[in-house]
Design a protein. Structure first.
Lengths: 416, 265
């Protein structure tokens, strides 16, 4: 890596790392002092348009000072690597606090709460360091951009992308809305709740939940030890799936074979299960043949239980052979979304597949976990993040710079 | 293939590597022995690749969910780095370290067998899952190698045998590792937006990924400042500790109580 002549000289001409480190320590200490004096109130980022105006003023300030006063040693120093490195270390230290201590509410008045160590990423020391960081990054970026040289493209993409993503991500966080919309099958709702305050809010659209559906993996059968609340390892260490013909061996204890499997059934009159009628009210039933050493084989139906259906196990000594329901594989809500302006959209919300509607992203978030597969309630998260395009622009610039960096790195490596 | 076959596979891979290493001694004098020795090295890795692929098929999902599964990838990939470094820079010692580390990971997996579990929670069923995790794993592999190379360079220096080639190797391993860390971070953010609603929430794992990224960012800027080589090697050697916290350590920190990221392993 080479430094361009001008900035590297300006950077080294002033001083080394001592001053830069002191500068960073001062910013952090000042930030914690503000927290202490305000009892850990943290920084509240203003909302649109104030945050935007602030960002515009900050960027213009960097350009004006960076271009007009570039020859001043202080300015050159502010945009140099020593300050940048010290701030990187400062940011890493603050992040370390955030990555070490739980970022949860702490008792008011405690040391942790007063210094806001439990919410470090919205604290004044973090804000100060991030602000100076953006200043440093901004100057170095400006000086590499003007005058423009193609050789600087990688630097510009990487540093510029990071500048945009960081500044817009932090300042735009106040305009981010994340709301929870509880929906019930057959009902329409336009009310969302802010978390964790549970403050209700009226949305500019409403959602009708036609159907909520959970797909599960195949149920499994296991040898359960109630005294330790654990399952015993099967010979192959697999948790065997309940399929017709599947056989499981628990060495030295017992073996079992699935003779018949009804994924969706209810208990019948004669004790044998019958297929569940339309709807989702059934549970998985399996007829298993159990072989204990030196004893005749026994056949019996077992089931995993569910609403109104008692589970049936097969006792083996101190253990039980049980059916464990398959874990959720996918859950989805079929919805009709109607905007206040009359726009309509039919959609399926699924995990990892959010749906866009009038600037909002709607996510399948959860369901009534007690009811599990039988839930008729669906939790949808509605997210509105007006700054997202700017942050993504930053991300894509970073990736572009990264590709160039990789390519240049490989070329230099070949030359080395 | 399932975990029943794993012990045999692991033994076979380690046996190939050990035999290959032993044959390196006479390999200098005989071309056919050298070829055979390298066939064994590559063969050991091929066995693991084969296991990974068939395990992937048997699981019906990418084997990237548990810590044990990531160790399996690590054991498969890290010797390949050692082989490539020898091919590229002619540095021979790194492969032994890589093989040792891979053996260690296979050993841990033998002692703490995973449960064969097909289920993959819905949030992980994403096109981002594989690129995000694989990019990170390769980054960890490269940065682990750069860390060892850093310490090795200090040792060489201590014995007044510093080597320019070896120093540039630790540098380029770190540089490639950083590129992949950056991709991993951004892929993770893009995925989080689709799966969890926001691209960045300062979840402990995210925070540690950011700290690790900053650590290597620091390295690159130290290089840009023409820092002394010794300092840089110390830095590379120790920076990997931060990555280790990010990889395993996070699970044990007070902050991890609410993480969505901790491996279920
Ligand atoms: C994210 C926060 C970052 C900050 C605060 C920062 C800050 C700086 C500063 C102040 C310089 C000195 C500019 C000069 O003297 O010309 C610099 C140089 C450099 N930075 Fe960064 N940087 C950051 C991120 C990155 C990233 C992510 C990369 C990754 C490729 C990177 C790569 C470089 C390189 C290669 C140089 C030397 C450029 C040259 O002099 O030719 N920086 N950085």
């Amino acid at each position: 890596m080479q430094s361009s002549r001008t900035t590297a000289d300006a950077g080294t001409a002033v001083e080394g790392f001592g001053g830069a480190a002191l500068f960073t320590i001062f910013a952090i200490v000042a930030g914690f002092a503000v927290e202490w004096l305000t009892a850990g109130s943290g920084i509240v980022i203003p909302r649109w348009p104030v945050n935007f105006l602030f960002l515009a003023a900050f960027a213009s300030g960097i350009v004006a000072v960076g271009l007009g006063m570039r020859d001043r040693p202080v300015v050159a120093w502010m945009g140099g690597i020593p300050v940048g490195l010290s701030l990187i270390v400062g940011l890493a230290l603050l992040s370390f606090i955030g990555g070490f201590l739980p970022q949860d509410p702490a008792p008011a008045g405690s040391m942790v709460a007063r210094l806001r160590l439990n919410s470090i990423f919205s604290s004044w020391p973090f804000a100060f360091v991030a602000f100076l960081f953006l200043g440093n990054l901004g100057f170095s970026l400006l000086w590499k951009t003007i005058p423009f040289r193609p050789a600087n493209l990688q630097f510009i993409l990487f540093h510029g992308g990071f500048w945009i993503a960081l500044s817009c991500g932090l300042l735009g966080s106040s305009d981010l809305q994340r709301l929870v919309i509880p929906l019930y099958e057959g009902q329409e709702s336009g009310v969302a709740y802010e978390m964790p305050s549970e403050q209700p809010l009226r949305l500019p659209y409403s959602i009708y939940l036609k159907d909520f559906e959970i797909l599960e993996y195949v149920p499994q059968f296991a040898l359960y030890d109630p005294s330790t609340d654990q399952v015993i390892d099967e010979k192959s260490r697999m948790v065997p799936e309940v399929r017709k013909g599947a056989r499981a061996v628990w060495p030295g204890i017992v073996s079992a074979t699935v003779l018949d499997f009804l994924p969706d059934a209810v208990p019948g009159k004669d004790g044998n299960p019958v297929l569940a009628a339309e709807g989702h009210k059934g549970v998985p039933f399996a007829r298993i043949r159990v072989e204990l050493e030196g004893q005749p084989a026994v056949e019996q139906w077992i089931n995993g239980g569910g609403p109104g259906i008692n589970p049936q196990f097969f006792p083996v000594g101190n253990y039980f052979i049980v059916i464990a329901p398959g874990q959720p594989k996918a859950f989805s809500s079929s919805v009709l979304i109607r905007g206040n302006d009359g726009q309509r959209r039919v959609a399926t919300l699924e995990v990892n597949k959010p749906v866009d509607f009038q600037g909002w992203k709607l996510y399948q978030m959860g369901y009534d976990e007690k009811a599990g597969r039988w839930s008729t309630m669906s939790l949808v998260e509605a997210v509105n993040d007006p700054w997202l395009p700017a942050v993504y622009l930053g991300f894509f610039m970073i990736m572009g710079g990264n590709l160039l960096f990789f390519w240049k790195g490989i070329k230099k490596m070949e030359a080395a | 293939m399932t975990l029943v076959e794993f012990p045999a596979i692991a033994m076979a891979a380690v046996a190939c590597w050990v035999l290959g290493s032993l044959l390196q001694i006479p390999a200098g004098r005989s071309k056919p022995v050298a070829v055979f020795s390298w066939t064994l090295f590559v063969g050991g890795s091929a066995v693991l690749v084969w296991f990974l692929v068939s395990y992937w098929i048997a699981l019906e999902r990418p084997p990237l969910r548990t810590l044990g599964e990531t160790r399996l990838w690590y054991a498969t990939l890290i010797p390949l780095v050692g082989f490539l470094v020898e091919y590229r820079w002619g540095i021979r010692w790194l492969k032994y370290y890589c093989i040792g580390l891979a053996t260690l990971f296979l050993g841990i997996n033998l002692l703490h067998p995973d449960v064969f579990q097909k289920a993959l929670m819905p949030a992980l069923q994403s096109v981002w899952f594989v690129p995000h995790v694989v990019v990170y794993l390769v980054a960890y592999v490269l940065l682990a190698a750069s860390s060892v190379a850093g310490f090795h360079n200090l040792w060489l220096q201590y014995r007044n045998k510093s080597s320019k080639v070896s120093e540039s190797m630790s540098h380029y391993l770190a540089l490639l590792g950083f590129v992949l860390l950056t991709f991993g971070l951004v892929f993770g953010a893009l995925w989080a937006k689709e799966a969890w609603g926001h691209y960045w929430t300062w979840d402990p794992k995210e925070t540690w990924a950011f700290i690790s990224w900053l650590a290597y960012l620091g390295y690159l800027h130290l290089v840009a400042r023409k820092t002394r080589v010794t300092t840089l090697q110390w830095y590379l050697g120790l920076a990997f500790l931060v990555l280790l916290v990010c990889w395993f350590g996070v699970n044990y920190l007070p902050s991890a109580q609410n993480s969505v990221h901790t491996y279920s392993g």
